[in-house]
Ligand binder design. Sequence first.
Ligand SMILES: [Ca+2]
Ligand SMILES: [Ca+2]
Length: 159
Amino acid sequence: MLHRFLLICFVWFGSGHCDDVSECFDGWVAYEGSCYLFGHDAVPFAEAKHFCEQHHQSYLVNIGSADENNFLKAYLRGLKHKVWWMGLSDHEKEGEWKWVNTDTVAEFTDWDPSQPDPSEEDCGVFWLAFDFRWGDVPCTSNFTPVCEMGTQINTDIIG
Ligand SMILES: [Ca+2]
Ligand SMILES: [Ca+2]
């Protein structure tokens, strides 16, 4: 689908006039070199991770900066679900919050002041109750996933 759309764009307008072509697959939202997919069904953390993998081998969102976090929070305010999974977990070591796609400790964080609270809550979410600042919840809770992947436009054009 992306291939065909780009081809039509080049044929009709020339490559210099295609700036507004989405760099993401249909249904995904582009921001600063990434594409995001906002799920519809509430599922446990492990299933949410699997959902992303099944959609273009993406991953539960890894938030690398305040800019990316602000974009996501603003977007989520326009959606109906109240709580969303991100790819953050401390299930390996209590209190050591890692991004699951890279297995690296989170540098930027945006916890609500009340979170994370000491408990068996090893998975991270965006939470409407905190204006989508972050909270930790049991990984077995059912919430909707936010998936992320890199933009594909360059690799698709080149090959
Ligand atoms: Ca990211
Ligand atoms: Ca919590």
